[in-house]
Write a protein that binds this ligand. Structure first.
Ligand SMILES: [Zn+2]
Length: 338
């Protein structure tokens, strides 16, 4: 699927976005260009997907040139309780912010994809401390700066078992930063019921009365991560089981969480090329506080360079591919547990 990325990159060249040069505050013309460029890419994406679906109707799907797998990077930030080092001081937190910015620039330069899910505590830190570091993000807040990048999307992450926040609360706070609602639940329990993935079935209402209706779910984990399944693919979970497809289910699940570059490379050869296979390279939030964080991402970029059998795509893009090219054919594969 290198051709899709190549086509998109050709139509909206990354170098035109001047990602390496920080923007001055109030540079609205550039900000609008970013925004429009991303919209244009998504429009182009939809056109290309539709063309792909049409092409499948007139060709032998078994011989269609599909990537072995779609990949995106995923990171969740956690609460102050879970990540005391990250929030120990404004400077300690700013180092993680700096690493996220540098990582996003690397993702853009490499044509990779990145889905970042932020906890309410990280949003609060951005509101309290972020303005002192806004020069690095063109004078705007971190989340809006990230969301304007063509290969990056942002959402919320909450551990609802903590009892402090609902997903709808976190998503509502995030939207207050000006980002778009991608409708992604960024990590939840794979169990049915009020404490699991089915709580989003007909939307979730925040404490202020706003109802959020997510459409995509990623990171279906077991409570306490005691038995996380090694899933891959795209499907619609049923009311009874996260691992059964129900074509009428309201949420599209994208599988493949908790992988690393190494585990994915070890499994690519076993992927059935006739299916839509998905993986996410999960980076744990503690890594953001480590001095060699960016070096690790550069090393992985070197490992992925030239691997034309994989296609980088955000969770939203993968769901769009599934709808248009695979006509919602469920492709869930479970390869055991972590
Ligand atoms: Zn969490």
């Amino acid at each position: 699927m290198g051709w899709l990325r190549q086509l998109l990159d050709f139509m909206v060249p990354e170098e035109r976005l001047e990602l390496s040069s920080p923007r001055g505050a109030g540079d609205f013309e550039s900000a609008n260009f970013w925004y429009n460029a991303k919209d244009f890419r998504q429009l182009t994406n939809k056109c290309v997907m539709s063309m792909g679906a049409l092409a499948l109707l007139f060709s032998d799907p078994a011989h269609a040139a599909q990537p072995a797998a779609y990949l995106t990077y995923v990171l969740h930030t956690e609460s102050r309780l879970d990540s005391p080092v990250m929030y120990a001081s404004p400077e300690a937190w700013a180092q993680t912010r700096h690493n996220i910015v540098a990582w996003a620039r690397l993702v853009e330069a490499e044509g990779q994809a990145l889905d970042l899910f932020f906890s309410p505590d990280y949003m609060e830190a951005e509101r309290e401390w972020g303005r002192d570091y806004a020069q690095e993000t063109g004078g705007t807040n971190l989340f809006l700066w990230l969301d304007r990048l063509p290969h990056v999307e942002v959402g919320a992450h909450v551990d609802e078992a903590d009892g402090q926040w609902l997903y709808a609360d976190a998503q509502e706070i995030l939207l207050g930063f000006g980002v778009r609602d991608h409708g992604i639940v960024g990590g939840t329990f794979c169990i049915p019921g009020p404490a699991g993935y089915t709580e989003f079935w007909s939307g979730q209402t925040s404490s202020s009365g706003w109802t959020w209706r997510p459409t995509i779910i990623h990171g279906l984990a077991s409570p306490g991560h005691v038995c996380d399944l090694r899933d891959s693919g795209v499907w619609r979970p049923s009311l009874d089981s996260a691992w059964m497809n129900d074509p009428s289910g309201p949420l599209v699940a994208v599988g493949g969480h908790r992988n690393t570059t190494e585990t994915i490379m070890g499994e690519l050869g076993a992927c059935d090329p006739a299916r839509l296979n998905t993986f996410s390279v999960q980076i744990f939030q503690a890594a953001l506080s480590e001095p060699d964080f960016l070096a690790g991402r550069r090393r992985e970029a070197g490992m992925w360079a030239g691997r034309q059998e994989v296609a980088w795509a955000t969770l939203t893009e993968v769901a769009a591919v599934w709808r248009a090219q695979y006509l919602e054919e469920p492709s869930l594969v479970v390869r055991g547990a972590w």
